[in-house]
Ligand binder design. Structure first.
Ligand code: PMV
Length: 308
C-alpha cells in the first residue's frame, strides 16, 4: 500500500510561495494506492480514484474532462522508461479542492506505488522532488509545502527550496478543520496574490514579512506549548490573509462560530477563496464544542490531531 498524507497549513500559506516560511501539520488521512495485478499487455498505466469515481490512463488519447489528472499521471509515468504499465487503484480520504492537500497526497501515493510495483525503493527526498512535477500540473507555481507534508508527514516548518524542518510540539496539536462547501481554486488564488504583489510590491511584501514573523513565533509557541499564543497568531494570520482577499463570507461565518464556541484561534487554511478553515482547540471537549458549532452551520468537520 502506497500512501501520501493530507495536511493543513497552520500558518503561512501564500507568503510561502514568495519565499517566507510556513508551518504545517500532516493529517493521518490521505491517499492510499494499491497496485491491481495487471492484466497482461495493459497499453498504458491506469489510475482509478474510488471515492470520486474517476479513471484516467497515461495513454496518448485525451481523457476528456480529465486532462489535468491525465497529464499528471503521464508526468509520473514519464520518470520510468522500462515500458511497464500498471493499474493503480486509489482511495482518497480528503475533500478535493479544499486546502487539505489532496492533489499532493495523491501524487506522492502514485509515485510511491509506481516504485513499489517495480520493487524499487526511493528516498523521501526524491519522492518529494518528483511530486513537485505532479503538483505543477495542477497549481502552476507550487511552493512545495503540500508535497513536503504529503511525503514526510508530522509537523514541519517549510521554506521554498529547503528541506522540511521537523517541528516537535510540546503538546499534541488539536484542530478542527471544516469545509466551507465551496471549492478553492489554488492556481487562481496564487495568481491573484501574485498580481497584488506585482501592483504593490512594498505593501504586499510587508504583509508577507509580517506573516513570516507570525510563522516563526508560531513555531516557538508550538515548541513551548503556548497554545493561547499560537491561537492568537493564527487569528492574526487570518486577518492578513483576508486583507489579501482570500476569505469569503462563509469562511468568516465559520471562524466567528468557532471563536464563539471557545476556539483559541481560527483562520482560513490553504489557498482560500473557499475551501477549509481551521480552529485551534486545547481539549477534546473544546474540539467537540467547536465541531458542533460548525456542524450547526451544516459544514463537514474533520478533527485533526498531530504531534506530541
Ligand atoms: O493547495 P492548497 O489549497 O492547500 O494551498 C497550498 C498553499 C498555498 O500557499 C496557497 C500554495 C502553495 O503552493 O504553497
Amino acid at each position: 500500500m502506497a500512501f501520501g498524507h493530507g495536511k493543513v497549513i497552520l500558518l503561512g500559506e501564500h507568503s510561502v510561495v514568495h519565499g517566507r516560511p510556513a508551518l504545517a501539520v500532516a493529517v493521518p488521512r490521505g491517499a492510499e494506492i494499491t497496485v491491481v495485478p495487471a492484466a497482461p499487455k495493459l497499453p498504458a498505466t491506469t489510475l482509478h480514484i474510488e471515492p470520486w469515481n474517476v479513471s484516467v490512463d497515461a495513454g496518448p488519447a485525451p481523457n476528456l474532462g480529465r486532462e489535468p489528472l491525465q497529464e499528471a499521471l503521464r508526468v509520473a509515468c514519464g520518470f520510468y522508461d522500462d515500458g511497464r504499465h500498471f493499474a493503480l487503484s486509489a482511495t482518497v480520504r480528503l475533500p478535493s479542492g479544499a486546502g487539505m492537500g489532496s492533489s499532493a497526497a495523491l501524487g506522492v501515493a502514485v509515485l510511491r506505488a509506481l516504485d513499489d510495483a517495480r520493487g524499487l525503493t526511493r528516498s523521501d527526498d526524491e519522492i518529494y522532488q518528483r511530486s513537485l512535477a505532479w503538483e505543477g500540473v495542477f497549481h502552476g507555481n507550487p511552493s512545495g509545502v503540500d508535497n513536503a507534508m504529503a511525503t514526510h508527514g508530522g509537523v514541519g516548518l517549510f521554506t521554498r527550496g529547503s528541506p522540511l524542518t521537523p517541528v516537535v510540539p510540546r503538546h499534541p496539536v488539536r484542530l478542527v478543520a471544516a469545509y466551507s462547501g465551496a471549492s478553492s481554486d489554488t492556481k487562481g488564488m496564487v495568481e491573484s496574490v501574485a498580481r497584488q504583489f506585482e501592483r504593490n510590491p512594498e505593501q504586499v511584501g510587508r504583509q508577507f514579512d509580517a506573516i513570516g514573523a507570525i510563522v516563526m513565533n508560531g513555531k516557538l509557541a508550538l515548541e513551548q506549548g503556548e497554545l493561547r499564543s499560537l491561537g492568537q497568531l493564527m487569528t492574526m494570520n487570518h486577518k492578513l490573509l483576508a486583507g489579501l482577499m482570500l476569505s469569503t463570507a462563509a469562511l468568516e461565518e465559520m471562524i466567528t462560530a468557532a471563536m464563539e464556541a471557545g476556539a483559541l484561534g481560527a483562520k482560513v487554511t490553504g489557498a482560500g477563496g473557499g475551501g477549509c478553515m481551521i480552529a485551534l482547540v486545547d481539549s477534546v471537549a473544546q474540539q467537540q464544542a467547536v465541531g458542533d458549532a460548525l456542524r450547526k452551520l451544516d459544514k463537514t468537520v474533520y478533527d485533526v490531531e498531530s504531534g506530541s
